[in-house]
Ligand binder design. Structure first.
Ligand code: SF4
Length: 328
């Protein structure tokens, strides 16, 4: 499979009055043609800022990409001219945000908002743009798509709005869709519909998807590979099956242990002790060490490198040596 996007040592920091917020602190991953790569982790671990950094969509200042590369089609998106990245946004790489309610403009109809996106990267007649917008809503399984074009966001249910957002994302036939927690604000039936739509898109359009979630059960449904993020870094990356059945990093093992299992009669779900680190004051060494049961002296002082432990399975943990062998 072709590699479409390559992210290496990406660091996005925010310079605030309280200090430097190291939201993304050395992220590495690649994305291949037609695959769904899930970025997984607890809230505050740096997933969403990683996604925003791909297209430089954060406020700058206070945010700044202080190092690293995001290579797409031979261009480094971290430092190319603004005009160049504007051509990539929406056309080659599109984003679907987690809260459709706040991402949609309440004073324009859904049709106008989708047509605006369609015309952002090429001129179409109004009739052509409207026809394309209707087809996109139909692809999203929105009933009576022609009527839905005339609706304002407040006239739509949460699920319809989220699907309209995905339609907007697809309006310029992007090669990559970045979906940031697209099912967070919808109920379980709508969640199932959105997951089905994304799976369909991947198959039908051979589209590459970066799917951001804190929910490992969704990763199982849609992902080909998963990158587990903690403290602004990828700590483990592997095919989803490997992550779920043979996790190597103690944090990933903790996340999997927290998955609900309806076959047991546990009164209380297990959890990982402690909290995600404050990005303004990250712990020395391995950022997971204050919460890790396997912590060793070296973990408190030295940041582990991301090493290959088996095939395409990589992990950043001192339990493995630089050749990827388990040492503890
Ligand atoms: Fe735990 Fe050490 Fe591995 Fe970090 S490097 S996850 S503290 S064993």
């Amino acid at each position: 499979m072709n590699t479409l996007l390559e992210v290496s040592n990406l660091k996005t920091w925010f310079y605030t009055r309280r200090g430097i917020v190291k939201a993304v602190n050395g992220v590495d991953f690649d994305l291949r043609q037609g695959e769904c790569l899930c970025l997984v982790g607890e809230s505050g671990c740096g997933k969403s800022v990683t996604a925003l950094s791909l297209l430089r969509l954060f406020d700058s200042p206070p945010g700044k990409i202080v190092s690293g590369k995001v290579m797409f089609a031979g261009i480094d998106l971290t430092n190319c001219p603004l005009e160049q990245i504007r051509r990539v946004r929406g056309k080659d790489i599109a984003m679907v945000f987690q809260n459709a309610q706040s991402a949609l403009n309440p004073v324009f109809t859904i049709g106008d908002q989708i047509m605006e996106q369609i015309n952002a990267h090429g001129r179409h007649s109004r009739a052509d743009a409207r026809r394309k917008a209707r087809l996109l809503l139909e692809e999203m399984n929105i009933p009576q798509a022609e009527n839905a074009l005339n609706m304002y966001p407040h006239q739509m249910s949460g699920g319809m709005k989220q699907r309209a957002m995905i339609a907007m994302g697809l309006s310029c036939d992007p090669a990559i869709l970045v979906a940031d927690e697209p099912t967070t604000a919808v109920d379980v039936t709508i969640r199932a519909q959105i997951m089905y739509i994304l799976q369909e898109l991947k198959t039908r359009r051979n589209m590459s998807i970066i799917f951001i979630t804190h929910d490992l059960s969704l990763v199982r449904e849609i992902g080909n590979r998963a990158a587990v993020i903690y403290g602004g870094r990828v700590v483990e990356i592997a095919p989803v099956e490997t992550i779920l059945t043979d996790p190597a990093h103690p944090y990933t093992r903790g996340l999997i242990a927290c998955l609900p299992d309806i076959s047991t009669d546990l009164k209380r779900l297990p959890s990982i002790p402690g909290n995600t680190p404050n990005p303004i004051d990250l712990p020395e060494g391995c950022t997971f060490h204050p919460r890790c049961r396997d912590v060793m002296d070296v973990c408190r002082s030295t940041e582990p490198a991301l090493v290959n432990i088996a095939g395409v399975h990589k992990v950043a943990c001192h339990l493995y040596d630089n050749a990827g062998a388990f040492i503890a």
